[in-house]
Design a protein around this ligand. Sequence first.
Ligand code: 4AD
Ligand code: MG
Length: 463
Amino acid sequence: MSKFSIDQIYKSVKGLIPIQDLCDGAEITLEGWIRTNRSNNNIGFISLNDGSCFSCCQIVYENGRLSNYDDISRLLTGCSLRVTGRLVITPGAKQPFELNASEAEVLGQCDASYPLQKKRHSLEFLREIPHLRPRTNTFMAVFKIRSVVSQAIHEFFRQNGFAYIHTPIITGNDAEGAGETFTVTIRDDGCYQEDFFKRHACLTVSGQLHVEPFALAMGKVYTFGPTFRAENSNTPYHACEFWMIEPEMAFCDLKGNMAVMEAMLKFVIRELLDSCQDELKFLNDFVAEKHDLIEKLNRVVSTDFRVITYTEAVDYLKNADVKFENPVEWGMDFFKEHEMYICEQVAKGPVFLIDIPKDIKAFYMKLNPDGKTVAACDLLVPGVGELIGGSQREENYELLEKRMEELGIEKEGLEWYLDLRRYGGVVHSGFGLGLERLLMYVTGVANIRDVLPYARTPGNLRF
Ligand code: 4AD
Ligand code: MG
């Protein structure tokens, strides 16, 4: 008996990848979990999902044909099952095929306490059961897309000649200088000089500083890994553990940097539109607030991203016809409400915000000739706000040293980073894309907790 996945059957029936053994009447075996089961004395119907795709397969079972008819008809939602039977292709019907069962074996029982009953559950409820929620349509779609997006990002960089570098998770520096690190220690007295590494160690907030040396050796590189921030911000956009994609390019200025950001996002979205049609349609219809997800993604791949300077953005905000909770002043770090206004009302799509005041940006960013702003770039997108943060890097030794002094960043421990400016330094740039923020954007999911397999947020480490 040949075993198949529901996805294979769908693709074969649609003619996408014709599989000879999947002709009408073929004897096949499926394994999966029961979504619904209803029956009378003579006939029963199971909707079986095997996780290979979004769709279920209808299993038809008949009393007399199936020796354990009564046992099968009593099975509840959540049971796992192996079914063998005849594939019936039903052109024109709502479901293009079904399986007429001749044998059914219960693999795992499931009782009535199973939390995923056939009704719509709120995302908040599902957040309490992260070990079961991947079995729902919404989370199957989200996590399939998470996988496809991750692979598409690697593919984009592979096609464009970038080398993939694994930067360390344990580090001695706080790259962003925002003091939001989680300490790594084996002591309980905080005496780091006597600690495992004989100094203070923490989880990385960004792989950037460690990947820059590779850009100045190999040209185009990127890192893609988990990053950790102990920001105590309980918002729909912040997680304490999130994944970041950080390319870094030698001989590349801010303009080149922005071109890579735009090309990468468009590549990933095109790939999604191509290979996750069912998932996107589901999310469009049931999750995205305005049901405009697919239209939005199609628009993004076919339009140029806008560019506005921070100073122009301040003007837009000051002249806005809405009242912000936080007053706007040149020099301030924008709040979410300001970011949203700029991308949703002014640009009505993704927008690069460039030339940002140096005082609200990290020490390594290239100072602009005005002496006040840096060659930084944040990409803002509707519904999410900041999706990418990047910049041209300060390649001038003296200027970088001066900037570190101004900000009270110790040179000790970062000499190696300064060295890059002494030994054949060149113009170079890079950026950080938050994977979860990108997922929120492309799925229409409104809370970062719902695009992470196990969200780490303040006060939340149950699973
Ligand atoms: O803007 P950030 O802090 O930039 C950096 O870390 C640079 N070192 C990147 C670089 O140039 N190589 O973070 C980059 C992105 C943000 O734009 C956002 O998408 C995401 O990381 N991000 C978060 N995502 C989820 N939860 C958080 N707490 C995040 N903090 C930042
Ligand atoms: Mg940022």
